[in-house]
Design a protein around this ligand. Structure first.
Ligand SMILES: [Zn+2]
Length: 405
């Protein structure tokens, strides 16, 4: 089941403003493609005439289209309301430490064009963002959607992000990016709304929206060169916390590792002990085995190198302790493992599962599922598209759309 749109509530409360009501209607249409005016009235509790009044501007601006009649005698008649996929595009950049991907998507979350590139995070924000803007423009021009308006740009970066202000905050691996107003800078260049979020948040959102709603609340744990977590609420929305730092678990201190210094400057952080980078360093320190890339580490693990496999199992046990704590804190319905380490070895999943089921209380684990990511390397892009569609269909997005006509 793929659903790029968050689950809207079934009833529209009284005294909502025009744009809130139209946002609810647009979300209903996105979730239930082909919904009739009568169903819309029933689900919102509004009179048919009121539905018609609020619907008309959405039809006039081409965000929603309506088909009448044309019953072919087979299946569901092709009447009803649907989101006009061609009403605009969403551009998403998923920027990681060792990968970058760009995508052009329509409002139905279909990917129309995409490309991979190697971003250099060390050249500073202005040069890299210029490159991304240029690549976006070329990619859009090369796609079938070149004539459609850009409704929204979403950028995921490997850094803590102040989401409201659209800027990274003290990223340990991105020199020159601290406090740089990424969203404002790109908005000025492209003239469209821009959202910036932490890469793991986008992966969590992508994974949650591609699963049934019953699998949220959901925690997405990324284990790669660092360790991070994205939190999705029961309603399918990201929980970012007061400042955007929620889920930044990589720097939780693990007992008995005070001899290990983390890149954040503290000692004994889980990321410095159990990430792919940590395992690569331990291989070198303990066995003199030089492993420079995660691909080389993956090859070593796949070949069954006993030392590498043991290090992964030890790391899984350490991460499992943290995850067991999170389970008590948040009582998720599912925990999804992603990132390169999860992809390279099932030992990580098995090890984390073992600790969590042993340590956490039965009530918290009764229905808990712990799985590897379904989306793999696509999770961040899928989440970015979902965030973009949410933005376009939000009250503010609808207001912008109607006022820009
Ligand atoms: Zn740290």
């Amino acid at each position: 089941m793929h659903n790029a749109v968050s689950r809207a509530s079934d009833d529209v409360p009284f005294r909502l403003g025009q744009y809130e009501i139209q946002s609810q209607m647009a979300r209903l249409i996105a979730v239930d493609n082909g919904i009739s005016r009568a169903d819309m009235a029933r689900m919102t509790g509004m009179a048919r005439s009121t539905v018609a009044e609020y619907l008309q501007p959405l039809l006039d601006c081409n965000l929603v289209s309506e088909q009448r009649g044309n019953y072919t005698g087979r299946g569901r008649p092709s009447t009803g309301l649907s989101l006009n996929m061609k009403a605009g595009v969403i551009l998403v950049a998923d920027i990681g430490v060792t990968h970058g991907r760009l995508v052009v998507a329509d409002l139905g979350a279909h990917r129309l064009a995409e490309e991979a590139f190697m971003p250099d995070l060390t050249i500073g924000p202005e040069l890299l963002l210029s490159e991304i803007v240029e690549r976006f423009e070329k990619l859009l021009q090369s796609s079938t959607a070149r004539d459609r308006p850009i409704r929204c740009v979403v950028i995921g970066i490997p850094s803590p992000v102040d989401f409201e202000r659209g800027m990274p905050v003290r990223p340990p691996i991105m020199p020159g990016w601290d406090g740089f107003a990424v969203a404002d800078w790109v908005r000025r260049r492209m003239g469209v709304p821009v959202m910036v979020d932490n890469d793991v948040n986008l992966m969590a959102l992508g994974e949650a929206r591609s699963r049934p709603g019953s699998q949220s609340p959901l925690l997405f744990i990324k284990v790669a060169s660092g360790i991070g977590c994205g939190i999705v609420t029961k309603d399918g929305e990201l929980h970012r916390g007061a400042d955007g730092a929620a889920g930044d678990i990589g720097h939780i201190r693990v007992p008995l590792h005070d001899d290990v210094i983390c890149r954040c400057g503290n000692i004994g952080c889980i990321e410095a002990i159990a990430s792919a980078s940590a395992i690569m360093r331990q291989l070198q320190d303990q066995k003199g085995t030089v492993v420079q890339t995660t691909a080389e580490l993956a090859a070593l693990i796949t070949s069954g190198d006993p030392h590498a496999v043991r290090l992964v199992r030890t790391a899984a046990a350490e991460i499992g302790e943290i995850v067991a704590m999170l389970v008590h804190m948040y009582n998720p319905a599912s925990i999804i493992l992603g990132g390169k380490m999860a992809l390279m070895s099932d030992d990580l999943l098995a090890g984390i599962r073992a600790v969590v089921y042993r340590r956490a209380l039965p009530l918290a684990t009764r229905r808990l599922s712990i799985e590897n990511s379904q989306l793999g390397r696509d999770a961040g892009l899928v989440g970015g598209i979902a965030l973009g569609v949410d933005k376009v269909l939000s009250p503010r997005g609808i207001q912008d759309l109607l006022q820009s006509r």
